[in-house]
Design a protein around this ligand. Structure first.
Ligand code: GUN
Length: 295
């Protein structure tokens, strides 16, 4: 059984990105510029933004954070987005989700110029991904694909079972894994809250990906011997033994499931570190005009 070391693989990719940025600068270019737009003070969003800023620095990127008051109107927020769309000094930007309840998230996502949508959430990027065209791919599923690739895990012809159908993880992962590509070429089953007999399906998985946000849902009797198990869960659960009072918990009961796997990702230190690296990768591609030609 091999524990997939997401931290090490993320560090490798960051070093590769930083080397490319140094080449761009040596050739007279400027560093890629990623902007984060943060509304309010959600705890998870604050920590994601702080990590993003730190990783930008490690990759040699310029990074900016625009903070807006939790009471900002949708109209004002969209005005800020239009300004970023028009700013030639910005290669890519993300609007941190979730947004306050009075704001229509989908309207905000659709206001982003898809050429700068390094989160890959705009319907143009989602649609292009679905039909296998160049696009920005969402960070977390893209990170999972990078892990599979870097660990040399064969996906062709394998049965991949995904637990969860969210727009930011389950659905895009299903799409990427079924593409005629490498990694890809899987037979994909997506399970969700209305799927009966989930265990019958998970037991058929060569690759099992848990992304439903249900702590330790996957038990050892749900996993085929020798399966690859990827855990995308990151639920904060109370833990009085930790100074901060909580710990991150995955969707897989790691201790019981791991002995039955060929490969498994831990939480933390598996998929998590790859998410921000994927965002950096998209930003580099945006800056270099590798997905869409610079306009
Ligand atoms: N909130 C949780 N994950 C993400 C993400 O990948 N991008 C954005 N913009 N918000 C998030």
């Amino acid at each position: 059984m091999q524990i997939i070391d997401g931290k090490r693989i993320a560090a490798e990719i960051k070093a590769e990105i930083a080397a490319t940025v140094r080449e761009v600068i040596a050739a007279g270019g400027r560093p890629p510029h990623l902007v984060g737009l943060l509304v309010g003070h959600d705890g998870g969003s604050e920590s994601y933004m702080a990590s993003k800023t730190a990783v930008c620095e490690q990759c040699g990127f310029q990074s900016s954070l625009i903070r807006k008051d939790v009471n900002i109107s949708q109209e004002e927020l969209i005005k800020t987005i239009h300004a970023l769309n028009d700013d030639d000094g910005v290669d890519g930007f993300i609007v941190q989700l979730p947004l306050p309840k009075h704001i229509d998230e989908q309207a905000v996502i659709e206001a982003i110029d898809y050429h700068k949508d390094v989160d890959g959430f705009h319907p143009v990027n989602v649609g292009r991904m679905a039909i296998g065209l160049p696009c920005f791919r969402p960070a977390t599923p893209s990170g999972v694909m990078m892990l599979l690739e870097r660990c040399g895990i064969e996906t062709r012809g394998k049965h991949c079972v995904i637990l969860g159908r969210s727009n930011i993880v389950g659905k895009p992962l299903a799409n990427m894994l079924m593409q005629k590509a490498s990694p890809g070429n899987c037979t994909v089953t997506v399970c969700h809250s209305a799927t009966p007999n989930i265990k019958d399906l998970t037991l058929q998985a060569d690759i099992l990906i848990a992304a439903m946000g249900s702590p330790e849902f996957v038990k050892e009797d749900m996993v085929k011997e020798g399966a690859v198990v990827i855990d995308v869960g990151t639920t904060r659960v109370e833990d009085a033994t930790r100074a901060r009072g909580w710990r991150l918990c995955g969707d897989v009961d790691f201790d019981r499931v791991a002995p039955h796997c060929s490969h498994i990702t831990p939480v933390p230190g598996g998929v998590g570190p790859m998410t921000i690296v994927s965002l950096m990768h998209n930003t580099l591609l945006a800056a270099m005009g590798k997905v869409y030609k610079k306009q």
